[in-house]
Design a protein. Sequence first.
Length: 579
Amino acid sequence: MPLGAVHPNMAETLTGAPTDLALQLSATREAGYGFYSPYIAVVRDVARIFGAFSNPDFGYLPTLTVRRADELALLLNSAPSFTKPKSVMVIAMPAIEADSPPRLRKGEGGAICLARGGAVLPVEGAPLIYSTAYARDMALTVKSPSGEPLDLPVVARADRGGYVVPDSVAWPASFQGAMQGHLHGSWGFDRFEGPDFEVQIPDGQGWQLAGDPPTLVVGRENQLLLKGGAPACIESVTLRQKDGAARSLSWKEQGREGVAVTLPLSDDKPGPISIEIKYQGVADPSVLSLRSFAEASRLDGLLLHAGDRTAMLSGLRLDQVDRVELAGLTWRPDGLSRDGNIDRLQLAAEGEGGLPTAGTQATARVRLRDGRSMKLDLAIAPPRLQVNLLSKTVMPGAVPANERALAIEGDGLLPDNGTLVFSVQVAGNGRLSAGDSIEVAAGDPDAVVTLAVGKGLRMESPQVAVATLDPKASSSPLFGPLRFRVRQGGEASDWRPLVTLARLPHVDAVTCGAGEGCSVRGHDLFLIEAIGSTSSLDQATKVAHGYTGSTLTTAVPKDGVLYVQLRDAPDHILRLPIG
């Protein structure tokens, strides 16, 4: 009932003495002010004021205004009376001013895949959207990459935490990849604006590698970056390796068009692998074919001296090196050794070609067996020290009186009971110093005898040194062809041939008889390869490997001499007189 239409008696009740009395009493101590909290006092005062409205002609009837869309309804706690006392209803009318709808905010989360049925647009800040219909005609407007709009009706769902998109949408072909969506509707008589969302729909381009192909190394976890049109729509990422079972992989979105995939290759072997990325609602996955590798070689340095056709590569896992390309030449592995924790790979140049000069800066391309390659910068080192064997003298050892001696001629064979004295000379402008040494080795590179000043080596001059090698005093098992080189600081010259060291058998007696042949008696006879009556060893007696006997039999020689071939020196034929 409008205020201007209030009955005079009602107006007098609302503004007259009863109301004034009620207001005055509500402020007294006896009426409750001071005994109760201010909040309770206000409630009592209001109740007493309303009680003052009652009179024989009119009665106060409480009402509650309920807003339903564009209508107002009254909710009463008792039926109105149209007889005395007549019911008086005071109605709270809507404010005559612009409406102030709440401000919706986008909830947590990234891009939203609309290919998934019933996708949720998370919103915060307005509980009234769930409990009332104040926000109406809500829709999500999606714009394609070409700018074409499409409106999707949405429904507020408190149990889902936002507005829900319809389960099935007929998407035009232009709506693919990452797009923008805007939530809007009406609130009262005005347009109601919601937040913007990034939405995605799978495209037909699939997934590709982001950047250059990665180097996937087994024995550890690897990160793989991929790019595609709708990362929010990925349903699964799967790893397959050869004939092994498929393994699900974890992934994380990286921006609008990328994902980071974790590849657990800790227990895998190197080889081809495939990554399958499946979109929601798309039957066939996108497949990427890749390859995993063993841990790559570590390259510490490449040493190449000017004029050399051999080089030394140092690092770790150098057994994976297939070849090195440097100065227009191909350098192939020519022996791998280990120095403590460091691998050292000897390289030898193939073919003919010019070698770089000392001080030249160069870049080598190291090719691995699995197809990978690495660059290595180096500076060409000065020429190495060049040495030559100047002279040598073999001094045979004494033979016990109860043994027969083998006759050794020349200086090409050193018996194990003898001594070798030899001299070396440096070439060109090279010079020797007291800190240099001479290394002598056989076929085994680990069996090396080092001769230094005061230990078998003496300097004649800065260009010439004289060394003495006594096999009996060496703890290294030297035998067979020996070679030497000069070590100067951390560098060494090329290996040069020196002498053949032969271990001699011990012959106690030789007896020959007509028709019976010759019998050779002694020990360590397994060191003999063959023994015969002629220097050509025709029809000679071959000694079996590992022979443990003490007697060998052969034909009687015509010249009174037996001929012996040793295992350590097959190119040398020794003489054993029978007389």
